[in-house]
Design a protein around this ligand. Structure first.
Ligand SMILES: Nc1ncnc2c1ncn2[C@@H]1O[C@H](COP(=O)(O)OP(=O)(O)OP(=O)(O)O)[C@@H](O)[C@H]1O
Length: 361
């Protein structure tokens, strides 16, 4: 296996920038997810790593060897990059073993070695007993595992997953997530996993690259993305964080600063060195919203929607201090909030977003 180094790559299609100055380092054996809304450039990035698109600027190295730059480009078949797509593209007339071994046959690998490599690849995805089946007689999850085995038999240095679970139902998705996690643990394969499903990215990846409009917004662990988003896009994209305007009243001390928002003051977490600022933004998570007693600091507003979701309701709330803004939180059973009800709430914590509007997105 090998690491991947993406250095300041850009991709232009005419005047449109599909990728704009993106740099990402993936360590040998790391599982990196690339996450972002539709059109953010995920597929373009994957196609450039695989060698299907040339770069408009920057360079890509796999295992320390340059494979793409403005000057030269190694063809896809020489990169030893495996790809697992969402549509498995298995040949229906071949058995599972024939599907997996086909590329080796074309490459004129001897029969005995071919059989051994096919058996090893089947074992890696825990499908030893299915070599003689045809794809039509497999479940969706099993087909996806065959597609993975077919990619592994070529001994890739890096495996790219292109939304591999997008076509599967919810239950199968969950079990395939487990499969992929186990597979990664067992084999130590370097993986770049493209998805727009953040639960999937959070569950699987060591680190996640969040992209928006062709740019890398943040590259961090799932925990860090959730607790310390660098800008408004990441704050609101990850787990539907709420972003509220605030005034920073004191300089950072012990990882916290005092802010005023929604008319009341509280301490929030922040980066080292933050200074007072009249135009700051705070990221609030739903678990940081709580009911306030009448004599406590807090803010008033109205419940605009209460949707029961089994065991809890999602409450949408409009604070009087910021008409048009919606806060949302969960109220566990027994649910008391009703649409139209007046409430007094408080914030228990928050995160001062470090990159202000102009710098971030
Ligand atoms: N061959 C092309 N010609 C022109 N524009 C392109 C081409 N390929 C991609 N784009 C544009 O580049 C941008 C990024 O596209 P890309 O397919 O990489 O996004 P994505 O994040 O994979 O989206 P999705 O999740 O919807 O698949 C989009 O605006 C898209 O329209």
């Amino acid at each position: 296996m090998a690491g991947l180094s993406i250095q300041r790559i850009s991709k232009h299609f005419g005047a449109a920038k599909a990728l704009d100055d993106v740099s990402i380092e993936v360590a040998d054996g790391e599982f990196l997810a690339v996450l972002g809304p539709s059109g953010c450039g995920k597929t373009t990035l994957l196609r450039m790593i695989a060698g299907f698109e040339d770069v408009s600027g920057g360079s890509i190295e796999i295992g320390g060897v340059e494979v793409s730059s403005l000057e030269s480009s190694l063809p896809p078949e020489k990169r030893r990059v495996g790809i697992v797509f969402q549509n498995y593209a298995l040949w229906p007339h071949m058995t599972v073993a024939e599907n997996i071994g086909y590329a080796l046959k074309v490459a004129r690998v001897r029969r005995a070695e071919r059989d051994k490599r096919v058996a090893d690849a089947l074992a890696l995805v825990d499908m030893q007993q299915y070599g003689d089946r045809r794809p039509a007689n497999l479940s969706g999850g099993q087909r996806q595992r065959v597609a993975l085995a077919r990619c592994l038999v070529a001994e890739p240095r890096l495996v790219l997953f292109d939304e591999p679970l997008a076509n599967l139902d919810v239950h199968l998705r969950a079990s395939m997530e487990d499969e992929f996690a186990k597979f990664h643990k067992r084999t130590g394969t370097t993986i770049v996993y493209i998805t727009h499903d953040q639960a999937e990215a959070m569950a699987l990846a060591d680190r996640i690259a969040v992209m928006d409009q062709g740019r890398l917004m943040q590259l961090a662990t799932p925990h860090e993305l959730y607790h310390e988003p660098v800008n408004e896009m990441v704050a609101s994209f990850i787990s539907q964080g709420m972003v509220l305007p605030a005034e920073v009243l004191t300089a950072e001390s012990g990882g916290q600063c005092r802010v005023r928002l929604l008319g009341h003051e509280l301490d929030v977490r922040c980066r080292a060195g933050e200074q007072p600022d009249p135009n700051a933004k705070i990221c609030i998570r739903r678990s940081q919203i709580a009911a306030a007693d009448a004599d406590e600091p807090g803010f008033d507003g109205t419940v605009v929607k209460a949707i029961y979701r089994g065991g809890a309701s999602r409450i949408e709330f409009e604070p009087d201090a910021l008409p048009g803004t919606r806060l949302h939180f969960d109220e566990a059973d027994p649910v008391r909030c009703e649409t139209g009800q007046r409430l007094r709430l408080k914030l228990t914590n928050g995160w001062l977003i470090p990159e202000r509007e102009a710098a971030g997105c």
